[in-house]
Design a protein around this ligand. Structure first.
Ligand code: CA
Ligand code: CA
Ligand code: CA
Ligand code: CA
Length: 368
């Protein structure tokens, strides 16, 4: 764009002519031709495509387009620009309103409203209800093990009278005195980590048969002895187990529960007191109370019973009450003996020259 005035086209009407004069004045002043502006303005009757650099060089209602003024395509209703912002969760709507002026500047206001709805899924770990009837129920009486007052004895009524303990009448070792269940192991998949194996390394061991809910010895019927023990901090204790011979060996066999075992884990010898379902030979069954000292057993008393057979289920009980020992088979055969007092230790189950399996072990202690 040069500083020279351009030929002026014809004015189309008075309003535009007035705008033309103002424009020409402004333009000529800006170009240093103020004197000429007066003359030109006075004579101006023609307006049209005025030269320009900016919209402001043009009359009102025109815009500077390609260096000449031309009627704006929009005047009052020139669209503005608006911006709207919405905040919300889920859905948001924004509205913008703009007001335009001739120069095409707009202001916008926006409002947004949003509403959101969310759904979440969470995962949590928690402990289930131990009394849930769907939980492990060893005796199948409808009361889950953890809440059963006799977890190994069918007693759906949970009757408990005559004392103030939490042991049901159906299994209470002392119906008129207070006791507590200090151990119940059902071998339904796992064993409490507190169990420990006692016996010859590499020969002795026990596996949980989760499908059957049993503890099975891994020793064969020629292995001398293998024990699995659990700590119980009571001197007077009763331990009871349901068990059977799985394989009876050719030598003297024992299947037993022990109310006291005192070696450190891993020891191959032990002291204690056990109640044994014994087979001195294939034709003889015996219930014997043993006292052990460095694994050397001394009989405290014994009675003959029918020979045991492989797969035959029995319940053995060993009890320490002060200096009194009791060994019982199936609740009907007993051997009682006197012995010294015992300190706290571990209870145990085990086998000798036989492969054995145990369905459950329960232990009670005095609480009166
Ligand atoms: Ca039960
Ligand atoms: Ca029960
Ligand atoms: Ca009771
Ligand atoms: Ca009791």
């Amino acid at each position: 764009m040069s500083g020279r005035a351009q030929p002026e086209p014809l004015c189309q009407d008075r309003a535009v002519a007035l705008g033309c004069r103002e424009h020409v004045h402004r333009w000529l002043r800006s170009t240093g031709l103020a004197a000429a502006a007066v003359l030109v303005a006075a004579a101006c009757r023609l307006v049209g495509a005025l030269p320009c650099r900016l919209d402001s060089d043009c009359p009102w209602g025109q815009r500077c387009t390609a260096t000449v003024c031309a009627a704006a395509s929009g005047t009052d209703d020139t669209p503005g620009e608006g911006e709207g912002e919405g905040e919300g969760e889920g859905e948001g709507e924004g509205e913008g309103e703009g007001e335009g002026e001739g120069e095409g500047e707009g202001e916008g206001e926006g409002e947004g409203e949003g509403e959101g709805e969310g759904e979440g899924e969470g995962e949590g770990e928690g402990e289930g209800d131990p009394c849930d009837p769907a939980a492990a129920d060893e005796d199948v009486d409808g009361i889950a093990d953890a809440c059963d007052n006799c977890p190994a004895t069918y007693n759906p009524d949970q009757a408990n009278s005559g004392d103030t303990d939490s042991v049901g009448n159906a299994c209470d070792p002392r119906p008129d005195a207070d006791d507590a269940i200090v151990l119940f192991e059902s071998f339904n998949g796992t064993m409490d980590a507190a169990w420990s194996v006692i016996g010859p390394a590499g020969e002795c061991g026990w596996d949980v048969d989760a499908a059957q809910g049993r503890l099975v010895s891994t020793l064969d019927e020629t292995t001398n002895e293998c024990i699995v023990a659990f700590p119980v901090p009571d001197a007077d204790v009763i331990v009871e187990a349901q068990a059977r011979y799985q394989a009876i060996g050719a030598y003297v066999c024992n299947l037993f529960v022990a109310a006291r075992v005192t070696p450190a884990p891993g020891d191959e010898v032990w002291d204690g007191y056990s109640c044994s379902a014994r087979m001195p030979d294939a034709a003889t069954g015996m219930l014997r109370a043993f006292s052990f000292d460095d694994s050397s057993g001394t009989s405290l008393g014994e009675v003959l019973v029918a020979p045991f057979a492989e797969g035959e289920t029995h319940v053995l009980r060993a009890q320490i009450d002060g200096d009194q020992l009791t060994c019982a088979l199936d609740g009907s055969v007993n051997v009682a003996a006197a012995s010294g007092t015992w300190t706290a230790g571990r209870v145990a189950v085990g086998a000798f020259n036989a492969r054995a399996e145990f369905d459950w072990v329960v232990a009670y202690a005095r609480r009166d």
